[in-house]
Design a protein around this ligand. Sequence first.
Ligand code: SF4
Length: 446
Amino acid sequence: MDINNDFIDFNNFKMITDVKQYKNKLVIEINKNYETAVILDYDTYLEDNKLFFSHDLLKNIHKKRIESLKSGILNLISINVSQNLVNKYTNRKTYYISGSSQIPLIGHTAFGLIDRGTNIIQVRGLSGCNINCPFCSVDEGKHSKTRKNDYYVDMDYLVEEYKKIVEFKGNKRIEAHLDGQGEPSLYYPLPELIQNLNEINKKGDGLVSMQSNGVNLSYKLIDELEEAGLHRINLSINAIDEIKSRMLSGSKTYDINKILDIAEYIKNSKIHLLVTSLLLPNINDEEFKKVIDFAVELEQKNPQNIINPITKKKNPILGVQMCLSYKFGRKIKKMKSWKLNAFYELLREYEQEYKNKGITVNLDLSKFKAFGTHKRKKLPSPFKLNEVVKTKVVLDGRVTGEVMGVAKNRIIQIININKNYQKLEGKTVNVKINRVQDNIIVGQKI
Ligand code: SF4
């Protein structure tokens, strides 16, 4: 804060990306996708992201008092960011997790870092999605019936903690993969995050990759991500037809033509494009094949020449999977469930079809170790199954009936809670641990 001025300059606060004033209400945009509002008791006006006190007020009060008014307003904003932040896409309360919050980034799948014992570290800077796919495995987007809170992790904290895991695993051929319970491209500032992760990984011939549904991608953002050193975007496309693709996105504004255009733009950049598609049997069977045709055609037009520093080979253009059902996910009623064998049989048929035309396409990537994924030293779990741990409750949960607690430098998902979070907040409770796999820690209050 510039204490010599009679105004507050919001341009000096990196996380404040916009400010609007409606009478005495100040609506503050945080990192593009979040918002909080404060009510001001003083006569003020906003100009160029600067908050001025009215001339009448300035005339009548002492200079020192102005300073305390400014500090008071900034304090109010800071309290509101920590207590009343809302995700503009999902309308959910959002917890802003920074280094000073002392909330560990390992332990939960909604945010932070996941090490599953390979060379890939999953990086989850936020939860929350801008679309609402009716088959979403994590019931994301604003239509979600189960998710009640979102989380955002401050970039410096995320990078700092990421670095510690890389050091533990050995900085050799590490892939930072931005994915999550939400849309990774909504993270702000994304290019800076990618650049920071890439600075670390490239020292050991590693890379940074991310998943995206493409809706938030623009030419400008792609240019910035290219500049930041992003290696690969896994772009999810599940149908080519306008109506069908809109239905599969659960969003009235989803525009497949824009996504296909972005796919082509990525293909022309130094970022590798991996078109990812899901087969939803009985729902998008024909469209699934059309997506494969689109990717193959794109590859024919503009053959891939980016070398993966981990495999020292070129990456494939396609990554296809079959949609599975998950306990807390959404399901399309008419979707059939297929055995995996039937899916791989279908892929072989498609591969043969292309082969007959003289085109080699590998659709079953499990055979090829296409991305160089390999086993690596895994962070040890500080807990044993059935151990009872004193856990401090620090955050409300992702879903109803859940809160989050901290113990032994892990965030613990405490399930089957029948009390309000407010009644447990800050309290220490006994938790019996019933999941430790991959350092995703779940327990039950006893
Ligand atoms: S883009 Fe991914 S996270 Fe978002 S709703 Fe669709 S499946 Fe879920």
